[in-house]
Design a binder for this molecule. Structure first.
Ligand code: SAM
Length: 438
């Protein structure tokens, strides 16, 4: 494989390219690295390669011409990559893909970055090596080079293999141990000292799953998992029992009715069942069904009673478990007071909305809602209780949205159609708050 690196600081690579496996791979002709300095291609009297940014702002931007001429000087550039914090993430999958290429060219940025027209005109693929900003693309190019080169056949010794490492199966790698058997009062896990390959495989797989869930849960959404893996993950406790601090609330008043005016909407049996089942799945503290109409509350109580203590509950104990989370309340304020009494703290009220703007009062201009992302709500749940408020009808009335402590970021579909049933929205939003992937 031939790799050409365009850099203003070729000396940066002196050490890394001349030690350990990389030095051996170069000597063996597995990887050939050439360094090209765009400054040598500047036709500017002072060999300038940067200038001030159009539109203002701090720092300098690398000019396109010296980089273009430098690129044109590369005999076999192959796939051309620019290291950039705004690029596609470097993953093991990308490293593997690039390791099959006969030639690669890496362009290292400096200053604020590179003129965008060079990136477009040369078809450079932006790659980012981590969600932190470095001084220049050199350290990033080294990361990319090393991750790709070690997958070139022959780079790693026979005893090493890329197949078992972190990310290869979409998961983080299990922990390693070597001698001594007892170190600092900690024993090497017993299973690793036994000879059962099946037990060792399962132990390592479970450690990988547990680590990935704890440290990089978003990776689980991409990893191919089987039923045994899911059984293991389901058996793990959620950190700090986040769900128990969260209560759901389905408002039937004040919500917008079919004409878009604030009003009251009737209870539905389906909403009660499904809100309770979703809340039970994510181990919430409870779910309130709010209506100011006394006869509607009585109806709700009867329904809940039928499916918990009554014949429905006896016939279907799983359903009873879920419906036991349900309570009726006359107002949002009453639901807040109940949560406060139960948890000892006033819950943060977090509204939900499919709409992105709210009209504060009749005749006033609509204004955009400021949304709070799920990650922030998850942080709050570690500190105290929260009440997640959903609206029936056409959604929560402006007064609820305007007085809530926060409005959770909405579900974004793929068209102008914006009519998700409240039960479906509740399931999606709860998974965003408490599901494995987040
Ligand atoms: C100081 S950085 C520029 C940061 C840029 N203004 C931004 O905020 O995205 C200078 C150069 O370092 C490289 N660089 C910095 N962080 C990087 C990262 N995480 N991944 C890849 N390249 C990076 C890029 O080549 C970038 O052009």
């Amino acid at each position: 494989m031939r790799v050409t690196i365009l850099t203003l600081f070729p000396e940066f690579f002196d050490g890394p390219l001349t030690c350990a496996q990389m030095a051996r791979a170069r000597a063996a002709g597995l990887v050939d690295v050439a360094l090209v300095n765009p400054r040598d291609f500047s036709n500017n009297r002072h060999q300038h390669v940067d200038d001030r940014p159009y539109g203002g702002g701090p720092g300098m931007v690398m000019m396109p011409e010296p980089l273009a001429t430098a690129l044109a000087s590369v005999p076999t550039p192959g796939r051309k990559i620019v290291l950039a914090p705004s690029g596609r993430a470097l993953t093991q999958e990308l490293a593997r893909e690039l390791s099959h290429e006969p030639a690669l060219t890496f362009v290292c940025g400096r200053y604020e970055g590179i003129d965008e027209r060079l990136i477009e005109a040369e078809g450079l693929e932006p790659v980012c090596v981590g969600e932190a900003v470095l001084n220049g693309g050199e350290a990033a190019a080294l990361c990319l080079l090393e991750s790709v080169a070690r997958l070139v056949p022959g780079f790693m010794g026979k005893e090493e293999s890329g197949d078992d490492e972190s990310f290869s199966a979409g998961l983080l790698e299990y922990p390693h141990y070597t001698r001594p058997e007892n170190y600092a009062g900690r024993e090497v896990p017993e299973v690793l000292r036994g000879g059962s390959h099946a037990r060792i495989y399962r132990w390592r797989r479970d450690r990988s799953l547990g680590r990935t869930l704890a440290r990089r849960p978003e990776l689980l959404a991409q990893a191919p998992l089987d039923g045994t893996d899911y059984d293991f993950l389901r058996g793990l406790e959620k950190p700090a029992a986040l769900g128990r601090s969260l209560f759901a609330c389905l408002l039937h008043h004040p919500v917008l009715d079919g004409t878009g005016k604030p009003g009251t909407v009737s209870l539905t049996n389906l909403d009660i069942h499904d809100m309770c089942r979703v809340s039970r799945t994510y181990a919430l503290g409870g779910v309130f069904f709010v209506t100011p109409l006394e006869d509607q509350r009585e109806l709700g109580e009867r329904l809940l009673n039928h499916w918990t203590e009554g014949p429905g509950g006896r016939a279907n104990p799983d359903r009873a478990q879920a419906l036991r989370l349900g309570r009726m309340a006359a107002s949002l304020a009453e639901a807040v007071a109940v949560v406060e009494a139960e948890t000892g703290e006033r819950p943060r009220v977090i509204a939900t909305s499919a709409r992105t703007a709210v009209r504060p009062a009749r005749g006033r201009k609509e204004r955009p809602l400021a949304f709070t992302p799920p990650a922030a709500v998850r942080r709050w749940l570690r500190e105290g209780p929260a009440l997640l408020v959903f609206g029936t009808g056409r959604g929560l009335a402006p007064e609820v949205l305007l007085h809530a402590d926060a409005v959770l970021s909405p579900v974004r579909g793929f068209s102008a159609y914006n009519h998700l049933p409240v039960r479906a929205a509740a399931a999606i939003l709860l998974d965003r708050l408490l599901g494995d992937a987040f």
